[in-house]
Ligand binder design. Sequence first.
Ligand code: ATP
Ligand code: MG
Length: 349
Amino acid sequence: MASEGKNLIGVDIGSSSIKVCEIREGRRGARTITRFGFHPLPAETIVDGHIINSGAVVEGLEKLFARSKRRNIALRASGHGVIIKKIAMPLMTAAELHEQINWEAEQHIPFDLDEVQVDYEVLHERPDHGQMDVLLVAAKKEEITDLINLAMEARLRPMVVDLDAFTVQNVFEAAYGPAAADQTTVLVHCGASTTTVNILADGTTAFTRDIANGGNGITEEIQRQLGIGREEAESYKCGGEGRGIVPREVPEIVNQAVEQLAGEIQRSLDFYLATSGDRDLSRICLSGGTANIQSFSEILQGRTEVPVEMLDATRVADIDEKAAVELQGRTSQAVVSIGLALRKERERN
Ligand SMILES: Nc1ncnc2c1ncn2[C@@H]1O[C@H](COP(=O)(O)OP(=O)(O)OP(=O)(O)O)[C@@H](O)[C@H]1O
Ligand SMILES: [Mg+2]
């Protein structure tokens, strides 16, 4: 592992805030989180995965890196304009697959191949069927190029670009070790505008889906029902610090909105169960800022009848004193940046 060089700095540009994480890895693989940085973004900076206010993002990045000499980063791309599919292909060698993959991608992807970057990974070989399962990822080049240019404007050097689903999986595997073959684990990462579901069966991704709902939807429901502004509603949702007493209707409104979100997650799980032949789910691991809502785990568990626990990202590394202060209350929001910070300089994208 040490030959792969230093860890990259993880940079997660989320729709509500930028998160930055640095991990130092010793020669024997012992990891320490040495820095966590957080910069809130104004509303409407990023809408539907598109960066509308790039000035605000560049300014945030410059602030977060003002005192950092290191500039090589691993960057999170939003799932918009990205298609992830598990496909079955005839068994073939790596060289044959390399030849075939674009033709295969054309059959499965509704974009023009010239406009997308295609990546793939063999998940399983099934020699008795003469087949193998391949994970196909296609991302629109334009979206990725825009993101990279923006990071470069802030004088950063993006070396790796990754998606929420896979960075969360990276953290899960580093925290708990490879999943047992007979376990099906559901990773649910719930941010401000998106909830990502990634189902791991036999240790690999069997299903992913982005749901366009998250913490913003809950805040909007409070705004609507109480007739108040966004900032006030947001603060009541998070416990009302600095705003005095939280109106007594708030917990009920939050629970209703969480119920609805849990229903959407349930529909993804139902779809997976109906199409995969898998019979049951072992557990759900929850992360992202919206996972901080106290009732979330309980409501999701009630709805799905699958045990729900918080993904404990602190298991991947020791945390030094300074970083511990910076991470206070934000560990579940930090998960994607931690997953990115696990990536190495000399790793291929
Ligand atoms: N203590 C808390 N209680 C309730 N909600 C919280 C709390 N802390 C953060 N949140 C919510 O979590 C969301 C932000 O989470 P996160 O940082 O994971 O999202 P993001 O990465 O900015 O968004 P996305 O990935 O969807 O673009 C916001 O909706 C915020 O209100
Ligand atoms: Mg996010």
